[in-house]
Write a protein that binds this ligand. Sequence first.
Ligand code: SF4
Length: 116
Amino acid sequence: MSAATREEIATLVPGDWQLRAACRGADPAVFYSPDGERGSARVRREARARQICRPCPVLAPCRDHALAAGETYGVWGGLTEADRRKPAHRLRRGEPTTRLDPFASGRSHSSNVDSP
Ligand code: SF4
């Protein structure tokens, strides 16, 4: 993905929740993986992004937008690209994603999302 700022990305999203985003002004490289990123480097970068997301006052609308819009890249609403795959699939099928809480256990949240 190109190095667009979160503000540039937010202008593509309807609504005003992004004006209160904790990531406004943050380095986009924290939220989007560089080419070829793998393993522990990815885990560390995603953990830094999630630290920004955790206290964000608009975490829920951000997460919902990412799932509804099928955002492929980046950390949105505390969810990584991998975290969003199954819930997004459920949302597109009109199924609930009621247990989707990225910080429910205080550790990696991949196990906290609904399974199809
Ligand atoms: S939840 Fe994270 S990605 Fe979404 S607006 Fe807040 S800080 Fe940015």
